[in-house]
Design a protein around this ligand. Structure first.
Ligand code: 5AD
Ligand code: SF4
Length: 511
């Protein structure tokens, strides 16, 4: 999915399953810009943004587009039009820097032709490998990490100033070695983090009604799974204050947003840093994330709430209780398992066993029998035997997931698993990945076909750009549904009779 055409590339997401399709057709981030008036239109600058990785990166890109909007930049999908090229990168799997450097190689002729084009690298590769990037690609103008997004306007100012000075010295692209501005400091506040409302872009666009929005609630991770770079690139867990989150939610619903997706690397530990607890098991029974679900649920205008991502370790019955009491929380739950083998879970430092995973799943299924679970799985983790892999296959079979994201283990410098001696050969990883995907494919297809003839409440998310009078939405269980309707049904939750289904999506008519 490393598409050049796509402004947003979901490189860490799988190329199969409903989420992948949704990503492909998902509306582009939309931004409402200051009204500059028609006369000024010709002065608008263009930004080309490419995003890899998780939803956190997508949300960061939206924020950056918003900030750039206030500086009179408008998004373009045409690289050749761009005054500003911004790559928002992901570091979760290997060759991350290599991918970025190769993309920058494709961009180099544009910079040669016009040195005033600003080139920026943001996101986790920028955070983790800024020096190497600057050395390998000296024509980058700025490199900044996820904690420095608010500095973007200042950085642009500095680059423009520098470019003007360099023009005076009449150096050429090839004789002059620029040094990028690098800003990769972690926000080192003890607790909490803030995205003030005035830097949240007013991204709602009247013409392209937006129905679903991400809201960041926590960043970073304290879990230190042995394969994962996130605690190093995004730092320790820091939560946003509840009132700030509420301000944003209110702002969005006032603009017509219906569904809020609460976002964080580990949403279950939301707020623990704010109450001085180290994890959910040492918080005197408090689960601030469950409290937040109640609070957001009480906001008039919020019709659906989803959240991602959850670690089974940070999960108590209080969360199941929230599912029981809050119908706005949808009937889908992404609960990353990573492996079905206790031995591998232990080596991954996941801090739960297979039996504990099933126990937590039961808490939820007891109150929401129809809930659609999804998960993340890594195959070929160091030391994974055929038996360990069989354990993963049997867990997937037993769980009956709606869909899974499956990945081959990828060695990440600086993480503990790099030191494990018993790395699994690539061809074995390939075979296991294929077997797992084949297994899940059959299950997803089975579940989708079983939806035929049922009536599901579907939140209509966007108009199908490829076919007249058709819309895409999500059922309460999170399944993608193509809906036929000649009238504008954007943003409505409507009963839809499912008439057809395939691996990717359901199809139906208004009931
Ligand atoms: N190799 C393979 N997959 C990984 N993930 C995280 N780190 C790695 C790695 N080193 C996967 C996990 C995680 C998802 C976001 O990416 O499954 O849940
Ligand atoms: Fe990475 Fe584990 Fe934290 Fe998820 S819980 S972000 S996999 S360290």
């Amino acid at each position: 999915m490393f598409g050049i055409k796509n402004k947003i590339c979901f490189d860490t997401l799988p190329t199969s399953g409903p989420e992948a399709l949704f990503a492909k057709y998902m509306p582009k981030p939309q931004v409402e810009y200051p009204n500059v008036g028609e006369k000024n239109e010709t002065y608008l600058k263009k930004v080309y943004m490419q995003t890899w990785g998780c939803q956190m990166n997508v949300a960061d890109s939206e924020r950056m587009l918003g900030l750039l909007g206030t500086l009179n930049y408008r998004p373009t999908e045409n690289l050749n039009d761009a005054d500003f090229i911004l790559l928002n990168t992901c570091h979760i799997r290997e060759k991350a820097r290599h991918k970025v450097v190769s993309r920058l190689g494709e961009i180099r002729p544009l910079k040669e032709a016009n040195p005033n084009i600003i080139i920026a690298v943001a996101g986790c590769v920028a955070q983790a490998e800024s020096q190497a990037l600057a050395k390998e690609v000296p024509y980058i103008d700025m490199i900044f990490g996820p904690d420095q997004i608010e500095e973007l306007p200042t950085l642009i100012e500095k680059v423009i100033e520098k470019n003007e000075q360099e023009r005076k010295t009449e150096e050429t692209f090839t004789t002059h070695k620029t040094v990028p501005f690098i800003l990769t400091k972690f926000d080192n506040k003890e607790q909490g983090y803030s995205i003030p409302i005035d830097v949240i872009p007013p991204y709602y666009d009247e013409n392209k009604s937006e129905v679903t929005r991400y809201v960041n609630i926590i960043k970073g991770c304290n879990n230190f799974c042995t394969f994962c770079v996130v605690p190093y690139t995004r730092g320790r867990e820091k939560s946003r204050a509840e009132n700030e989150i509420l301000d944003e939610v209110n702002f969005l619903v006032n603009k017509g947003v219906k569904e809020i997706i609460l976002l964080g690397q580990n949403v279950n530990s939301y707020g623990l840093d704010l109450i001085g607890a180290t994890d959910v098991h040492s918080s005197n029974g408090k689960l601030p994330f469950a409290d937040l679900l109640h609070t957001v649920s009480n906001v008039l205008g919020v019709e659906r709430i989803r959240f991602t991502t959850s670690n089974p370790h940070d999960f108590t019955p209080t969360l199941a209780d929230a599912f029981a009491k809050l119908p706005k929380v949808t009937n889908s739950f992404h609960l990353a398992v990573q492996s079905g083998s206790d031995r591998i879970l232990d080596r991954m430092n996941r801090q739960y066993t297979r039996a504990e995973y099933f126990e937590r799943v039961k808490w939820i299924r007891d109150v929401r029998p129809e809930i659609a679970f999804s998960t993340d799985i890594i195959v070929g983790f160091p030391g994974e035997t055929e038996q360990d892999f069989e354990d993963t296959m049997s867990l997937v079979q037993e769980m009956q997931y709606a869909f899974i994201y499956a990945f081959k283990y990828s060695i990440r410098k600086g993480t503990p698993a790099t030191r494990f001696k018993d790395q699994v050969p690539e061809e074995i990883k390939d075979r296991r990945l294929q077997m797992l995907l084949d297994l899940q494919k059959k299950e997803t297809e089975r579940q989708n076909l079983a939806e035929i003839a049922k009536v599901r409440n579907v939140l209509i998310l966007y108009k199908n750009r490829k076919e007249e009078n058709t819309w895409y939405g999500r059922s309460y269980e999170g399944r993608l549904v193509k809906v036929h309707s000649p009238r504008n049904i954007m943003g409505l939750i409507l009963p839809v009779k499912i008439t057809d289904a395939n691996l990717i999506a359901l199809e139906g008519h208004l009931a």
